[in-house]
Design a protein around this ligand. Structure first.
Ligand code: G16
Length: 541
C-alpha cells in the first residue's frame, strides 16, 4: 500500500454530541466524511505520531469498512501501533478496558449505541482518552475546530487490512494487532464478581433470559452466562451481532425490548431477564412481572455492591446524572458516602472516577457502571444483579420491595417526544428558560413550584463549567421534573421529560398514575402541545 495525502475541504455539522458524532450511515459513507472526522480526531489530540490506539465498534453496517479506513489513516499519520477487535468488533466497555489495560494512548469506538443500524440507519464515531473514557468537551471542541478548517488527510491506499485473523501484522511502520474482542473482558468480569456463587444459583434452577438484540453483547453474554456460568444454551437470545441488528432497535427499554418484556410479564417468565444495547454499554433489568427502572437499579446496586468481591471494601462515593432519580442519593446518605450530580453524558463521570471520588455511576438512560472501566457497562450490571441475587438469595421483586421498604420509592418516568422539528423544539426550550424566573410560587393543579432553574455544572476536579444542561422545576414536597433536548439523535429533536416523586409509604402504584400530577403540571409549564403539537410521548421508560 502507498501512503498518500488527499485534499479535502471542511464538511459542515461535524460537531460531536452527547457521545461522539452520530449521523445517518449514508452521510458517513459520503466522500471524505469519515476521513475528515478521523483526521480531525488525530489533529485535535495533537497528532498520533508513535502512539498506540485501540479501534473497534459494535458491528453495525459500515463498522468493518470504517475500522479498516481508520487503521490505514492511523498508519499514514505515523501511529506506532493499533490494536483492533477481530472483524472490527469491540463492545464499548471492552474497548474502554483494552485502552486502560494495554496502557494505550486512547481509542476510536465506532457506534451509534442504541440507535438502529443498517445502511439507512445510524452510524457513529467517538474518541476515548487514555483513561478509557469518552473525550471531555475541551477535546471534542478541539476536534470540532479542526473539522472547520481541514484541508487534507493522510491514508494508505491500494490494498486492505485483513481484520479476520487474530495476530500481528504491519502497515507501513505501524504494528497492527488483531485481538479476540471477548477474552480480556471476560477475565475482568471474573476478577470482579463471584462466579462460583452465581454458577451455583443458576445450577439450582435460576433461569435467565439475556436479550442481546442482535448487537455486540451476544458473544460476551454467551461466553459468560452460558459457557462459564452454566446457564442453559438458548438463555442468550438474538446473540449474533448483525449489521442491521436484524431490524431490531437495540435500545434496552420496555418499548424496544418488547419481546423480553412480553416473556417476563407472561406466565412462564424466567427468574431473571435482561437486555443490552447496540454497543453493550446499556442494560435493562427485569424480574418476573417486575420491571426495574434504571434509577432504581443504580440505587439497588449501590446499596448491595459489597456482596461482589471486587467491591467488598465498600464504595468510595457514587454519582448520577442530574435527570436520574434521587433514589441513589438516599442510599448514599445511608452509607455515609458522597453522591455527585453531573450533566447527562458518561464523559462527566471520568474526572470523578480518576480522582478517586466515586466507584459507581449511573444514569436514567439505562447506563450503570463502575471504575473498572470508564464507560457504562451492560454486562457488568447484569452480573452485579446476578451476584446480588446469588448472595442474598432474593428474587428481583423481593429485592425491589426490600429496597423501597428501607429507602422509600422514588417513582420515576421519562417521556420522550421524538423527531420534533428542531426549530419548534428550540423555541419551546427558549420560552421555558425565559419563564423560569417567574415560576416560583405559582400553582399548576395540585403542584406549586418551589424552585426552577437551568442546570449548570461546575466540575469539582478540573474547574470547568458546562451550562444549559437541562431545565429543572422542583415542586413543594420535593417532586420535580427535568426537561432537555437529547444530544444523541440523528433526525429532528427529541424532547426528554423526566418526572420524579418520592413516596415513603405506598410502593405498589403504577408509576404513571403516581406521577400524573407532576406530568400534568410539566405539560402546562413547558407547553409541549402548543409548541410541538404533541400530546403523548413516543417512548415511556
Ligand atoms: C449516551 C451517553 C449517556 C446519555 C445518553 C442519552 O449514551 O453516553 O451518558 O445518558 O447518551 O443522552 P441524550 O439524552 O443526550 O440522548 P449512549 O448509550 O447512547 O452512548
Amino acid at each position: 500500500m502507498t501512503k498518500i495525502t488527499i485534499n479535502t475541504a471542511p464538511i459542515e455539522g461535524q460537531k460531536p454530541g452527547t457521545s461522539g458524532l452520530r449521523k445517518k450511515c449514508r452521510v458517513f459513507m459520503t466522500e471524505h466524511y469519515l476521513e475528515n472526522f478521523v483526521q480531525a480526531i488525530f489533529d485535535g489530540i495533537g497528532g498520533v505520531q508513535g502512539k498506540t490506539l485501540i479501534v473497534g465498534g459494535d458491528g453495525r453496517f459500515y463498522n468493518d469498512k470504517a475500522t479498516e479506513i481508520i487503521l490505514r489513516m492511523a498508519a499514514a499519520n505515523g501511529a506506532g501501533r493499533a490494536i483492533a477487535g477481530q472483524n472490527g468488533l469491540l463492545s464499548t466497555p471492552a474497548a474502554s478496558h483494552l485502552i486502560r489495560s494495554m496502557k494505550t494512548d486512547g481509542g476510536i469506538i465506532l457506534s451509534a449505541s442504541h440507535n438502529p443500524g443498517g445502511i439507512d440507519e445510524d452510524f457513529g464515531i467517538k474518541y476515548n482518552m487514555s483513561n478509557g473514557g469518552p473525550a471531555p468537551e475541551s477535546v471534542t471542541d478541539a476536534i470540532f475546530d479542526v473539522t472547520k478548517s481541514i484541508q487534507e488527510y493522510h491514508i494508505f491506499e491500494g490494498g486492505s487490512v485483513d481484520l479476520s485473523v487474530i495476530g500481528a501484522t504491519a502497515l507501513g511502520d505501524m504494528q497492527i494487532d488483531i485481538v479476540d474482542p471477548v477474552t480480556a473482558y471476560v477475565d475482568l468480569m471474573q476478577s470482579l464478581f463471584d462466579f462460583p456463587a452465581i454458577g451455583k444459583m443458576i445450577a439450582g434452577g435460576t433461569a435467565i433470559r439475556f436479550d442481546a438484540m442482535n448487537a455486540i453483547t451476544g458473544p460476551y453474554a454467551s461466553a459468560i452466562i452460558e459457557d462459564l456460568l452454566g446457564a442453559a444454551k438458548g438463555s442468550v437470545v438474538h446473540g449474533t451481532p448483525l449489521p442491521d441488528f436484524g431490524g431490531m432497535h437495540p435500545d434496552p427499554n420496555p418499548t424496544w425490548a418488547h419481546e423480553l418484556m412480553d416473556e417476563m410479564m407472561g406466565p412462564n417468565a424466567p427468574a431473571f431477564g435482561c437486555a443490552s444495547d447496540g454497543d453493550g454499554d446499556r442494560n435493562m433489568i427485569v424480574g418476573p412481572n417486575c420491571y426495574v427502572s434504571p434509577s432504581d437499579s443504580l440505587a439497588v446496586i449501590a446499596a448491595n455492591a459489597t456482596v461482589a468481591p471486587g467491591y467488598a471494601s465498600g464504595l468510595k462515593g457514587v454519582a448520577r446524572s442530574m435527570p436520574t432519580s434521587a433514589a441513589l442519593d438516599r442510599v448514599a446518605e445511608a452509607l455515609g458516602i458522597a453522591c455527585y450530580e453531573t450533566p447527562t453524558g458518561w464523559k462527566f463521570f471520568g474526572n470523578l472516577m480518576d480522582d478517586g471520588r466515586v466507584s459507581l455511576c449511573g444514569e436514567e438512560s439505562f447506563g450503570t457502571g463502575s471504575d473498572h472501566v470508564r464507560e457504562k457497562d451492560g454486562v457488568w450490571a447484569v452480573l452485579m444483579w446476578l451476584n446480588i441475587m446469588a448472595v442474598t438469595g432474593k428474587s428481583v421483586p423481593e429485592i425491589m420491595q426490600d429496597h423501597w421498604a428501607k429507602f422509600g420509592r422514588n417513582y420515576y418516568s421519562r417521556h420522550d417526544f421524538e423527531a420534533i422539528e428542531s426549530d419548534k423544539a428550540d423555541a419551546m426550550i427558549t420560552a421555558l428558560r425565559g419563564a423560569l424566573a417567574g415560576l416560583k410560587g405559582q400553582s399548576f393543579g395540585a403542584m406549586t413550584v418551589e424552585t426552577a432553574d437551568d442546570y449548570s455544572y461546575l466540575d469539582p476536579v478540573d474547574g470547568s463549567t458546562s451550562a444549559h444542561q437541562g431545565v429543572r422545576v422542583v415542586f413543594e414536597g420535593g417532586a420535580r421534573f427535568v426537561v432537555r433536548l437529547s444530544g444523541t439523535g440523528t433526525s429532528g429533536a427529541t424532547l426528554r421529560l423526566y418526572v420524579e416523586k418520592l413516596d415513603l409509604k405506598d410502593f405498589d402504584q403504577d408509576p404513571q398514575e403516581a406521577l400524573a400530577d407532576v406530568l400534568k403540571a410539566a405539560h402546562t409549564i413547558i407547553q409541549i402541545e402548543g409548541f410541538s403539537g404533541r400530546t403523548a410521548p413516543d417512548v415511556i421508560t
